[in-house]
Write a protein that binds this ligand. Structure first.
Ligand SMILES: Nc1ncnc2c1ncn2[C@@H]1O[C@H](COP(=O)(O)OP(=O)(O)OP(=O)(O)O)[C@@H](O)[C@H]1O
Length: 349
């Protein structure tokens, strides 16, 4: 039977002072397996960072147990923990006068023992870690001069240099631009798959999480947790339920969160060719922004009008058919502007 790298039993997370106890999570028993990438998501303040700090032993649990490869976390020596778990938390630690390379070399410290280990091997691992995050050109720079995004990549390189069984990252993509965020998630997936590293990361980038993670741990505001494959959480409505009331709803058809706004009109969106499915999806997104909901053909009696997508090579046209006849548009900008004026603003009056 597969044994989890990380597991918990009856874990309760939160903070305790002399006079006060604040419980943030009463968690179901959690398991994280070798080579698995799990993303921890949840509304602001739901306790994601607190859970990650608890799992890494930075703060103690209020009650319950944490096991690393089957051993209770408190029974594992600091050295063994450092060899097994690498952690990238939020915040930018003071790197003093260290160069990027010197900072990443620190990831090798838990593996060094007097008189053992090859320096050349350590250097090769450091080089490889820098290349993996695309930071090899920064190696000789002083780390304090890096941008926040560059610094974050270097912290991930340091964690990779540690060659951990378990890599835990708190919002690793927070400072990265869109391209780097997509690249980072792809990189972490590759590390999980090819190196067998178990990865647990928290993120607010829900759409990227849904695409990249094997499993999602979804923290609820009232302290519980739901988990499953991202697609299961979409299809069984859990994602919608947990984020409901935050001013956004998850739209299953669009695979995206959309701001809650009144539906001003309904349209059937038709297309004749399967290749046009992405165009239909993007049409749906543009329409939802102006308060027009897409409905299926079966439901056409509830629709106010119909939009036909026609495509000839790279040229796309949208034909709107309603009580005023048929009009054609050659961009979604023109289509949505015209509909906004005709349907949206007219109805809001
Ligand atoms: N040391 C502490 N003592 C008491 N309460 C704390 C402490 N640190 C954090 N908290 C509180 O615990 C709650 C959860 O914080 P946490 O940072 O774990 O949430 P989060 O889900 O990671 O939030 P975000 O999505 O905004 O990053 C917050 O209300 C926070 O104010």
């Amino acid at each position: 039977m597969r044994k989890p790298i990380l597991s918990t039993h009856a874990l309760v997370t939160g903070y305790r002072s002399r006079r006060h106890e604040r419980i943030l999570g009463r968690l179901p028993d959690l398991e994280l397996y070798r080579g698995e990438m799990v993303c921890l998501i949840g509304p602001n303040g739901s306790g994601k960072s607190t859970l990650l700090k608890t799992l890494t032993g930075v703060i103690p649990p209020l009650s319950g147990s944490i096991y690393l490869s089957g051993l209770p976390l408190p029974s594992i020596s600091a050295g063994d923990r450092a060899r097994s778990i690498a952690v990238v938390l939020t915040g930018r630690p003071d790197s003093g006068f260290l160069t990027v390379r010197q900072l990443v070399v620190m990831g090798r410290y838990p593996h060094r023992r007097y008189g053992t280990g090859s320096k050349r091997e350590d250097e090769a691992i450091v080089d490889r870690s820098l290349v993996l995050v695309g930071a090899e050109d920064l190696a000789s720079m002083r780390a304090s001069n890096l941008s926040d995004g560059e610094f974050q990549k270097v912290m991930i390189a340091r964690a990779l240099a540690q060659e951990p069984e378990l890599l835990i990252l708190d919002e690793p993509a927070a400072f990265l631009d869109l391209t780097r965020r997509v690249e980072l998630m792809h990189l972490l997936r590759t590390i999980a798959r090819e190196e067998g590293t178990s990865i647990l990361l928290s993120s607010h980038d829900l759409e990227l999480v849904l695409r990249s993670s094997d499993r999602v741990w979804l923290m609820e505001q009232r302290g519980g947790m739901r988990f499953g494959a991202p697609e299961d959480l979409v299809l069984n409505g859990v994602l919608e339920e947990v984020f409901h009331g935050e001013g956004v709803s998850f739209n299953r058809e669009l695979g995206a969160f959309v701001a809650d706004r009144p539906v001003l009109a309904r349209a059937v969106v038709d297309f004749s060719d399967e290749e046009e499915a992405p165009i239909k999806m993007w049409t749906g997104r543009a329409l939802s922004r102006i308060g027009v909901a897409s409905v299926e053909d079966d439901d056409r009696e509830h629709a106010d009008f119909r939009i036909r997508i026609r495509r000839a090579e790279t040229l796309c046209t949208w034909e709107v058919e309603d009580e005023n006849g048929v009009r054609s548009f050659t961009s979604l900008y023109d289509l949505s502007r015209a509909l906004d004026q005709e349907k949206g603003i007219a109805r809001l009056d």
